[in-house]
Write a protein that binds this ligand. Structure first.
Ligand SMILES: *Cc1c(COP(=O)(O)O)cnc(C)c1O
Length: 368
């Protein structure tokens, strides 16, 4: 079969290793996955309850308009219902945007390293991808990104906080950026970790939608809300733009169960508050560990931390894997000497840090 030329040589996504596979391979009974930034505390119990109530409702198609969830989200974040589009995860919104805006005559601007899906989907549409190196501290180089925009640029991707560094763009910088980007270039603010970001100067992008019709904000239920298995994310933008985008969306792209669980999870603010608090406590443990061990790390507003172990991230990955922890090597993330670890429960954090301490004792930094 002849596929699009740009598909040739594209790798399949390599996800974090599944727990059961690792157990079997290594003969371990307990394996903990801190690789994909899922919520270590699961989801609000209200979500599972909502699914249980609907468990027999499998014969009828879901509501393609997601009316119940739509109303709840609109109210929660203070926008009109017409400003929302729901995706099978925010990954799918990224796909919609690329499909709707990009082709071989256009280009798109991203940071590098950043979330891999922007480049992948843009490449599939045949667009040129302009990757602008992040600054030393892991943040986007917004000035260089601006300079890369030309008359063929259709989308600029801002990942805030950035995955895999966890670093963020502050309010003043983001607002200045929005002022400077031409009005016909779409800015995507991917805020998958929005709930975890607690810095006082983290941008509030939703109110900016009133001023900037070329802004779309992506949020997801996969991270803090603990619903990654259900695949629900959404975009918030200008109502006219969202209406133009909607035909790209498959008509029944979220399940009934996903809608109901997300709507229920949205009601449980205390659950999110507790998870965010525990995440911060966990983050402090990792930061203290890095300082004590003389390791460089990237300051994170998300639920993961990128640490420079001054050796191949694959070595750190293998060392931890043998001891029952799955993390992400920085090799595939653009930070080859780093590892990205999702902040887990207190017990998980303490355990993984004691393994890392032992690793650093037997193989100190600066020895290779
Ligand atoms: C996890 C993640 C997403 C995708 O989440 P979905 O599960 O598809 O909603 C999007 N952007 C970033 C930066 C992420 O880390």
């Amino acid at each position: 079969m002849q596929v699009k030329r740009q598909l040739l040589g594209l790798p399949s996504y390599k996800p974090g290793k599944p727990i059961d596979e690792v157990k079997k391979e290594l003969g371990l009974t307990k394996v903990i996955k801190l690789a994909s930034n899922e919520n270590p505390f699961g989801a609000s119990p209200k979500a599972a309850e909502a699914i249980r109530e609907l468990a027999a409702n499998t014969a009828i198609y879901p509501d393609g308009y997601a009316a119940v969830l739509r109303e709840k989200v609109a109210q929660k974040i203070g926008v009109a219902q017409e400003q929302l589009i729901f995706g099978n995860g925010s990954d799918e919104i990224i796909q919609f945007l690329c499909r709707a805006l990009l082709d071989e005559n256009t280009n798109t601007v991203t940071a590098d390293p950043t979330f891999s899906q922007y480049k992948l989907n843009a490449t599939i549409e045949g667009a040129e991808v302009r990757e602008i190196a992040c600054k030393e501290d892991g943040t986007h180089d917004l000035e260089a990104m601006l300079a890369a925009i030309d008359e063929n640029t259709r989308i600029v991707w801002v990942c805030n906080p950035n995955n895999p560094s966890g670093t963020y763009i502050d309010k003043a910088s983001f607002e200045q950026f929005m002022k400077s980007v031409p009005a016909d270039v779409l800015v995507v603010s991917d805020e998958a970790y929005y709930e975890y970001a607690i810095a006082d100067d983290f941008p509030q992008s939703i109110p900016l939608l009133k001023t900037y019709k070329n802004l779309i904000v992506l949020r997801t239920f996969s991270k803090a809300y603990g619903l990654a298995a259900l695949r629900v994310g959404y975009g918030v933008g200008d109502a006219d733009f969202i209406a133009k985008l909607d035909p790209v969306r498959p008509p029944f792209n979220n399940t009934t169960f996903a809608h109901a669980a997300a709507a229920a999870a949205l009601d449980d603010d205390p659950f999110i508050a507790e998870c965010v608090q525990k995440n911060r406590e966990g983050m402090k443990l990792y930061e203290a560990f890095c300082e004590e061990q003389g390791l460089t790390y990237y300051s994170s507003q998300a639920n993961f931390i990128l640490i420079d172990f001054e050796r191949s991230g694959d070595e750190v990955f293998d060392y931890l894997l043998k001891r029952g922890f799955i993390i992400r090597s920085g090799e595939a993330l653009g930070f080859p000497t780093c590892a990205r670890i999702t902040v887990g429960s207190q017990e998980e954090n303490e355990e993984i840090l004691s393994i890392l301490k032992e690793m650093l004792q037997t193989q100190p930094i600066g020895q290779k």
